[in-house]
Design a protein around this ligand. Structure first.
Ligand SMILES: [Zn+2]
Length: 397
């Protein structure tokens, strides 16, 4: 007779430290947070966190998931407008054999690596800025991906007619996302005005980058109840400058995104560390960008906070680890919809005995990963740098 897998238990995490320094317990029942600060129920699996930190799973508000297995080209120059960089990337794709081969890898395999990058950094939801490819809703995809969204690439790629059509076709209760003001020149500065003239600045509008926005435009963005997705590492790499976000962050109008590794530094923890080093936002606000504010701006009302009834998307970090200084080796556990996907053996095994686990190493540190994801990665023709799987040990960085 076939052996049935063990049932998934309800479980309570006790002695968990919140971001405000207080301690609590969190009971997870199925895909939801069932109770906070309450005693475990009879029969629950109890995991004593001994003061380790508990946070909502992180939200990466901007990525192009299929572009993360490609290494960042270094053109050794600074740009005035994103269109110049895109033109250089197009030429590079035609001329560099290694880059060409990377682009030729099957799209689902490249999407997978984008998902793995995010999962390993504690991200539980990603806003992908391209079509919602079918694989993104596959049960084996490493993270949740925002499904209900409208998007255009930019005014300079799509043109005003398509941008206007895209905005009007997007339900008003879905986010509508567009790269805008990505540069330093007159054209970048005018994109906000052009979007406004097209009627595309509504409360569901999210501008990605916004480097060229001036003070008056930022005030108007706030008055429109729109939002800005800030990607500082990509901005600094391409333009040597990033958006002036301090005031908008205080108004709750900013989320944080990595962009892909084609222009960005890496994962969301890298982005948080850089944002912290820039010194314009306090640590509490930084955390909001990737939790509460990111969720609200993306209209994800079921996540981004630790509250009863919310999705059990959870990140555990070691005691006293500052999110703004965390690295992916620090990630103790990632739960998505109440199911452990990745983390340290001592936390993942008790709460997910029904999951098949694969021993891996991430940046040299032992971790375990849901075997369905590990198997897909093992068979992909591309890989996640720093991730060692058992049978790929010789090849991994
Ligand atoms: Zn982008």
């Amino acid at each position: 007779m076939k052996k049935l897998p063990p049932a998934r238990p309800n479980f309570t995490l006790i002695n968990a430290q919140l971001s405000d320094g207080g301690f609590t317990s969190i009971r997870i029942a199925g895909p939801r947070i069932d109770a906070l600060g309450a005693d475990p129920h009879r029969g629950d699996v109890i995991v004593d966190l001994q003061g380790d930190r508990v946070l909502p799973g992180l939200i990466n508000a901007h990525d192009h998931l299929q572009l993360n297995s490609l290494s960042r080209p270094d053109f050794d120059k600074s740009y005035c407008h994103a269109r110049e960089w895109i033109s250089d990337v197009d030429a590079y794709r035609r001329s560099d054999p290694e880059f060409k081969a990377g682009v030729a890898v099957a799209r689902d395999e490249r999407l997978l690596i984008g998902g793995v990058k995010n999962l390993l950094s504690g991200v539980t939801t990603v806003a992908h800025h391209d079509p919602f490819y079918p694989f993104l809703s596959n049960a084996c995809f490493p993270t949740s991906v925002v499904h209900d969204y409208g998007w255009a690439h930019s005014l300079y790629v799509d043109g005003e007619q398509e941008v206007g059509r895209s905005y009007r076709a997007t339900p008003s209760d879905w986010p509508w996302i567009i790269h805008a003001a990505e540069g330093l020149d007159e054209e970048a500065g005018q994109e906000f005005e052009r979007l406004d003239a097209l009627g595309c600045l509504g409360s569901n509008t999210l501008l990605v980058h916004g480097i060229a926005l001036d003070h008056a435009q930022r005030v108007r963005l706030d008055l429109a109840a729109a939002g800005l997705i800030w990607c500082p590492s990509s901005n600094l790499h391409l333009f040597g400058r990033t958006a002036d976000v301090a005031q908008l962050v205080g108004l709750g109008r900013v989320a944080l995104g990595t962009d892909s590794r084609l222009s960005g530094a890496g994962d969301l923890l890298d982005e948080l560390r850089l944002a912290n080093e820039l010194g314009v936002i306090d640590e509490f606000s930084l955390e909001s960008l990737v939790t509460t504010d990111g969720a609200r701006l993306l209209r994800l009302y079921d996540r981004g906070t630790l509250r009863v009834g919310a999705r059990a998307d959870i990140l555990l970090l070691p005691a006293r680890t500052r999110l703004a200084e965390a690295r992916r080796t620090d990630v103790r556990l990632v739960l998505i919809d109440g199911i452990a996907r990745y983390g340290d053996r001592d936390y993942a095994l008790p709460v997910a005995p029904d999951v098949q686990w694969t021993d891996i190493r991430v940046d040299g540190k032992a971790k375990i990963l849901d075997s369905r994801i590990a198997d897909l990665v093992a068979h992909a023709r591309t890989r996640e740098i720093g991730l060692e799987l058992p049978h790929l040990t010789g090849r991994a960085a």
